[in-house]
Design a protein around this ligand. Structure first.
Ligand code: FAD
Ligand code: NAG
Ligand code: NAG
Length: 537
């Protein structure tokens, strides 16, 4: 009894003072941890320079060939040896029951300035490709704001950015995949060769169809700065209709900005960010390097434009990684005083704590607590339902800000099965085009009821959000926890072509199925119920 009370009290204290705990222990440890990881990668690269891409791929093929020699009964499903904690996904897929294949592929292979493509190995990160491309005057058409995301992970998961209203999801910018299949052969996969069905199923496949060993991506020409315009909106009607217009959802010939994003601060107030490439001759006074460690967190900076709009120039690389330091706004729930000027100038350079470190140190109890007391979801839904999306998210989670990136979803095969993402329904297409305008709704943070210590049932809230998503014809990003059963999953995603492809490339027994790969490793439904009961007591 006594110990129970002490335990409850200490947990409460730790929760109340989590910022302090994180600053004193996690930030310095995360810093050292990152140094160690950087060293390991550097060391692996030193070893790798002496080999060619073909030799490295051959090593992976050999691993698969050895696995194939095992008796069928001893073959465990294949997966990459990438430790779980290195991946940005919030789930912890259990690799112990898998046959792990090391994929040490970290190189940029070639740049084609005529065709505007770059060929890379899958383990190249967003930060590395920015450092490589931007000085040459290019960037990937679609990236992610988090420097640690890998180009391979984005290809087999999903990627979306503020350029996606012009070109769609990351997968639309992939020209060719190089894949090692379950029988150990290496194939080049494009949308026009004999592997075109596989081409459409690799995105959102999470490594359940083969190993990715190379990737050719479309790049775009850039200028050194992004001219940003911050447009404050003071009603829901206003931001919903403005974003339809600005993204080109109402008129295919409308001139749209290069980058487009909305941050919603409460039901009625939002700031729309309109960014356009700009040339280098800009007086210093107007330039704001938002990534400097002593600067306010980006979303706080944007919030200051709610009172009165404004404009400024941001160096391109800082623009692309603008959300990195505050991990969008996740850092606030870890370090509540992290945006204080004193903290920023003294310790801002230590932020963000590495997602890899946070995952590495996550125990079962912490994992259960964070999923029950935090929400972390990116959901793709039709942009013309934005009002209902926001109101549903408020009703279920009541946490702000909310992130909105408009994004084209393309129809590829005249409405026939085109991979896990269904083609948008014909009436939803932007008139005269082959795409529909969707958006990512990002909900990250501590739900209002948890903050206020009121009853909150994560299972109920998440399942209700998923039902809403299915009803409007949307999709959940699969890096986050899902609460659907397999039947509901198959309603959200179209598994027709995927199942054919699994058959053709002999994936059965070699790779887990998509649902098994991405479903949470803990029983989220029953844990959610337990937490909800505790709250009510
Ligand atoms: C804080 C945060 C913010 C985010 N914000 C956004 C956002 O704004 N927009 C957005 O689009 N996404 C966002 N995401 C999600 C992100 O896109 C995914 O996590 C994405 O999958 C990239 O992560 P990763 O490089 O760690 O990939 P991983 O998680 O390592 O890989 C993704 C999947 O592909 C498999 N895989 C990876 N490499 C290979 C390979 N070589 N062969 C076979 N299988 C492989 C993995 O097993 C895994 O199932 C966010 C995630 C976090 C944590
Ligand atoms: C990526 O690099 C890490 C660190 O070197 C390595 O452990 C991992 O297996 C690699 N993963 C992939 C998918 O390339
Ligand atoms: C969509 O239409 C455009 C213009 O007609 C064309 O260039 C593009 O290839 C089409 N995309 C798809 C996915 O069909």
């Amino acid at each position: 009894m006594f110990f129970e009370q002490v335990k409850a009290k200490s947990i409460r204290w730790l929760e109340d003072n989590r910022g302090l705990v994180i600053v004193l222990f996690c930030l310095p440890a995360s810093f050292l941890f990152d140094l160690f990881i950087q060293f390991r990668i550097w060391f692996h690269r030193k070893l790798a320079v002496s080999s060619s891409h073909e030799q490295r791929v051959q090593t992976i093929q050999n691993h698969v060939a050895e696995w194939k020699k095992l008796p069928v009964s001893e073959r465990k499903p294949l997966c990459t040896a990438r430790p779980n904690w290195l991946s940005l996904s919030t789930t912890f897929f259990d690799k112990k029951n898998c046959h792990q294949v090391p994929i040490d592929l970290h190189d940029v292979l070639s740049l084609d300035e005529n065709k505007l493509t770059v060929t890379v190995e899958p383990n190249v990160t967003v930060r590395e490709i920015c450092k490589y491309l931007i000085p040459k005057g290019y960037t990937l058409a679609v990236t992610l704001e988090i420097g640690d995301a890998t180009l391979g992970g984005l290809a087999f998961g999903v990627g979306m950015t503020t350029y996606s209203h012009k070109v769609g999801l990351y997968q639309e910018t992939i020209v060719e995949y190089e894949v090692v299949t379950a029988d150990g052969s290496v194939i080049k996969v494009t949308d026009t060769n004999e592997h075109s069905n596989l081409f459409y199923c690799l995105p959102w496949s999470h490594g359940t169809l083969g190993f990715l060993v190379g990737l050719t991506l479309r790049i775009i020409k850039v200028k050194p700065y992004v001219h940003m315009q911050y447009i404050p909106c003071r009603s829901q009607e206003e931001y919903c209709s403005k974003i339809m217009e600005l993204s080109g959802a109402t008129n295919k010939d409308a001139k749209v900005a290069d980058y487009l994003e909305v941050t919603i601060y409460n039901k009625d107030e939002a700031v729309i960010m309109v960014g356009n490439f700009a040339d280098g001759k800009i007086s210093g006074a107007k330039v704001n390097d938002v990534c400097s460690f002593y600067k306010p967190w980006f979303y706080k900076h944007v919030e200051s434009f709610l009172r009165k709009g404004g404009e400024e120039y941001i160096p391109l690389e800082s623009y692309l990684l603008r959300h990195n330091r505050a991990i969008f706004w996740v850092l606030e729930s870890m370090i509540p005083f992290g945006n204080h000027p004193v903290f920023r100038s003294l310790l801002g350079w230590l932020c963000p704590p590495k997602p890899a470190f946070l995952k590495f140190t996550t125990t079962q109890a912490v994992r259960e607590m964070t999923f029950a007391k935090q929400v972390f979801q990116d959901i793709v839904m039709p942009l013309d339902t934005l009002k209902e999306q926001v109101n549903t998210a408020i009703k279920l989670f009541d946490t702000f800000p909310l992130l909105v990136y408009p994004c084209r979803i393309y129809e590829h095969k005249g409405g026939a099965p085109q991979g896990q993402l269904r083609a948008p329904p014909k009436p939803r297409l932007v008139p005269g085009t082959n795409y529909s305008m969707f958006n990512d709704l990002g909900v990250y943070g501590t739900p209002g009821p948890v903050e206020r210590r009121e009853p909150y049932n994560p299972t109920y809230a998440m399942r209700a959000m998923e039902k809403f998503t299915r009803d409007v014809g949307g999709y959940s990003f699969l890096y986050a926890d899902i609460f659907m059963n397999e039947e509901e999953f198959n309603q959200m995603f179209d598994m027709t072509l995927y199942n054919q492809v699994r058959e053709k490339y002999q994936c059965k027994g070699a790779f887990p199925t998509l649902y098994d790969k991405v479903k949470p490793e803990i029983d989220v439904v029953s844990i959610g119920e337990t937490y909800a009961v505790k709250k009510n007591e």
